[in-house]
Design a protein around this ligand. Structure first.
Ligand code: NOJ
Length: 557
């Protein structure tokens, strides 16, 4: 076995480069590269933009960056339609820019995780182009999931399945066959029974690991392996089938064999690479994706789907800590990402509207008008929830802009929208553009410091007040809260244990961590007394020494 080390390249202290468990308690910052920072002024964020902001990331105090797709793509789904897994989109940069960015992050002591999209390629990927020119039932078609149609002349789809963004999941090609796409028609699903598919992804994992990537966020990790019977079930039948490992399409048990093979590649490196599964599966089946024999970690989206409620938060924490302990992993905590309404906004909506389905969707459909959004309450709760999660054992995944307390941008004109979900299912959603609006770095300029020109999605005027430049000057800003919180968390290096402390209030949660760290969150409306201890950080000022509603305090005891 070859063991490849990054110590020499990065020039970092050996301790940093070789800790094989660095990811277990990491704070990971998600960058959606097209909306983070635009160095060349084409309106689209780029890798040089990321490099230019490494000092910002360092000052924020994150341990790692997770970069959403930056590969060549027609952007049918925000880059999750990949043309080539081993290259960079020319609008975003070059492989040399990637290397420069990886080196700058490494020099700042920040690890790098990239997104990998194995369930589907784009329809511009060389394999799919080859499949289209090859005849039906040919080996080239076998890398995807092609079927003959139904009906007397095969003009009906093989099944009535719906794609995740609305519309049919089977699309017909000119010679009459049909291919499966769980997402847009530009994202044909791969056939993971094909050995070349398996081998090619191993090559991709090595390609990026050799370039200094420390981990992989695995898109739709539960969807790769499928077992489709000759006579396909209907969508209604598919929906009714249990997702217990035997479902034809989702969360099949055999998918873990893929990740066991990936683990062998991960272990060729020092420190070993790791993966984090994006797998929307039943909570009790999630931990299997986090097995150390497989990827190592899995996203836990439970808090992201929960209302701001003490009972629900406690239940989620207890359940997740126990389930990852059983498989020898660590939990993850996520409040926002590029797919959901930002948490400051969700928490400012009445409970049912805030988190219904994939979060705040109904509100967005109304152009952000109804139900009324209480931006102040939303941000107060968001800050409290963030301090709560940052005090938990496990990794915290932050999404760019949440450290600025950004709200969802609800009023994007239809003509400026980009998300396929908007174009395909207008009845059900306006899509995810509102959390992908380019970041405001300064209060002025054509794109609030995002770049020298206009941004690819329109930014609202209220972005000026939320900009990094403005928040840096304000000691009470959300940015400064995140900076202080991450510095404190890093100092304490608190490990994995958590002990609940009874508070006597139904809406107040408290837990103790090693090294005298006590976290108290008041999910209610009225102020409560704090336990004994030195207050080191609060998500907003105390009221006469008492903890106000929607507030978290960290104490040293
Ligand atoms: C999950 C990604 O987070 C989302 O943005 C994307 O649309 C789908 N997977 C399909 O790749």
């Amino acid at each position: 076995m070859t063991v490849r080390s990054t110590t020499a390249e990065s020039g970092l202290p050996a301790e940093f480069a070789v800790d094989p468990d660095w990811w277990r308690q990491a704070v990971v910052y998600q960058i959606y590269p097209r909306s983070f920072a635009d160095a060349d002024g084409n309106g689209i964020g780029d890798l040089q933009g990321v490099t230019s902001r490494v000092p910002y990331l360092r000052e924020l105090g994150v341990d790692a960056v997770w970069l959403s797709p930056f590969y060549p793509s027609a952007l049918a789904d925000g880059g999750y339609d990949v043309d080539d897994y081993r290259d960079v989109d020319p609008r975003i940069g070059t492989l040399a820019d990637f290397d420069a960015m990886a080196a700058a992050l490494a020099a700042a002591g920040i690890k790098l995780i990239v997104d990998i999209v194995p369930n589907h390629t784009s329809d511009r990927h060389e394999w799919f182009r080859e499949a289209l020119t090859a005849p039906p039932h040919s080996p080239a078609r076998d890398r995807y999931i092609f079927r003959d149609g139904t009906g007397p002349d095969g003009s009906l789809p093989p099944a009535d399945w719906r794609s995740a963004f609305g519309g049919p999941a089977w699309t017909r090609v000119p010679d009459g066959q049909w291919y499966l796409h769980t997402f847009t028609r530009e994202q044909p699903d791969l056939n993971w029974d094909h050995p070349q598919v398996r081998e090619d992804f191993l090559r991709t994992l090595r390609f990026w690991s050799d370039r200094g990537v420390h981990g992989f966020r695995v898109d739709v990790a539960n969807g790769l392996v499928k077992d489709l019977p000759e006579k396909l079930p209907s969508q209604a039948e598919l929906d009714a089938m249990p997702q217990d490992g035997s479902h034809p399409v989702l969360d099949r048990d055999e998918v873990h064999e893929v990740y066991e093979a990936w683990r062998e590649v991960f272990d060729e490196y020092d420190p070993p690479r790791f993966g984090i599964a994006e797998a929307w599966v039943a909570p009790e089946r999630r931990a299997r994706y986090a097995s150390p024999r497989g990827l190592g970690q899995a996203f836990n989206f439970d808090l992201l789907e929960a209302d701001f409620d003490a009972g629900r938060f406690r239940e989620i924490v207890t359940f997740n800590l126990a389930s990852v302990r059983r498989v020898g992993s660590s939990s993850t905590w996520v409040l926002s990402n590029h797919d959901v309404v930002r948490h400051a906004t969700r928490y400012g909506l009445p409970p049912a509207a805030g988190n219904e389905g994939r979060a705040g969707v109904r509100w967005l459909l109304n152009g952000g008008r109804e139900p009324a959004l209480d931006t102040g309450a939303g941000l107060r709760r968001a800050r409290a929830a963030t301090l709560f999660t940052l005090a938990l054992p496990g990794s915290a995944y932050l999404y760019q802009g949440e450290e600025l307390g950004l709200h969802e941008v609800a009023d994007i004109p239809d003509g400026a929208r980009q998300d396929p979900a908007f174009f395909r299912d207008r009845e059900a959603t306006v899509g995810r553009d509102g959390c992908r609006v380019p970041l405001p770095w300064s209060a002025e300029g054509p794109s609030y410091g995002f770049g020298p020109g206009e941004a690819h999605l329109p930014q609202p005027s209220w972005f000026a007040d939320h900009s990094v430049a403005v928040q840096e000057e304000d000691p009470g800003s959300t940015l400064n809260l995140y900076r202080r919180a991450l510095a404190h968390r890093r100092r304490l290096r608190a490990g994995e244990s958590l002990e609940w402390v009874e508070t006597g209030h139904e809406q107040v949660l408290a837990f103790r961590r090693p090294n005298g760290w006590l976290c108290v969150t008041n999910f209610g409306d009225s102020a409560v007394d704090l336990p004994e201890g030195e207050v080191v950080l609060t998500s907003r000022p105390l009221e006469g020494g008492r903890l106000p509603g929607a507030t978290t305090a960290w104490l040293q005891t």
